[in-house]
Ligand binder design. Sequence first.
Ligand code: NDP
Length: 330
Amino acid sequence: MFNALVVTKDEESGKTSAAVQQIAVDDLPHGEVLVAVEYSTVNYKDGLCIGPGAGLVRKYPHVPGIDFAGTVEQSSDDRYKPGDKVVLTGWRVGEAHWGGYAQKARVLADWLVPLPQGLDARAAMAVGTAGFTAMLAVMALEDHGLQKDHGPVLVTGAAGGVGSVATAILANLGYEVAAVTGRPEQEEYLRGLGATQIVPREELTEVTRKPLESEQWAGCVDAVAGAMLGRVLKQIKYGGSVAAIGLAGGAAIEGALITPFILRAVNLLGIDSVMQPYDNRLRAWERIAKDLPMDKLEAMVQPATLSDLPALGKDILKGQVKGRVVVDVN
Ligand code: NDP
């Protein structure tokens, strides 16, 4: 028997509730690899899966947790043996499959990535899907020509999980980082991560019909979308790119026009972490181990346990979580 955060649903009222319970290894779903989970984390999607489900969770009772890192305990797949350190993000684990908010998880070998040298399970979860996706975004911007001497790179939703890691990686790589935040009290935190310019959120939330604005940013990592992405596209320098990660400010791109694409050759790059192919996952985790300074990562961490998760799930849905939560499941 081991501890897990189990979400149940009352069929009559449709309401869900989450609590730490004991479950048995035999209760775990089918998979080739049994992992002794050490750490997990909290992403926006985890907030949905701990709480309302929002169409992501197919069956109850459910164990959420879209990310985890730990040690292989049993494996029927040649790629993994007991004692191997592994990390898992995506593949709809924690949504359609039981996830990492438990002391053990059983999953498909294809979903795992060996932990790169220099990164332990706790650090991997301080990174989590949010940080992994931030790295994918930085790689996409670089693959599309971003260079340090092109000018400042904008990060939106900067005090959130994706934004915090993107800020730290870009600054560490030597880029000038401008951080957009709606929380002015987080200025010191963002400057500590390496941002040199703070842009108040209100400067980018008004929808305008202007075809273009003055060229300001060499690139952008955008976790917000909505009116902000519509504005940012018009401010990107000639040939620059925006890596679109999230929708914290809305699913539409409000006020967007074709002009930045056809008059300034701007690129809008879609970033998905969930179905990302294995080779690129490996490349991203190796770059994280190399390019993300561990002291900056530590500054983002808020520690938590399984029993803190129901409250943290609510907080992240309200945009009230700063940086990265690391959940010690033991
Ligand atoms: P967080 O909640 O940690 O961060 C989001 C940040 O966005 C907030 O901290 C806030 O930053 C800002 N924000 C929130 N609401 C608004 C608003 N209405 N208008 C403008 N800014 C807002 O979430 P994550 O960083 O974990 O995730 C960010 C987004 O990326 C989410 O939409 C998530 O679903 C998505 N995502 C997508 C992935 C993919 O594979 N494509 C993977 C991971 C996440 P501040 O306080 O600094 O203003």
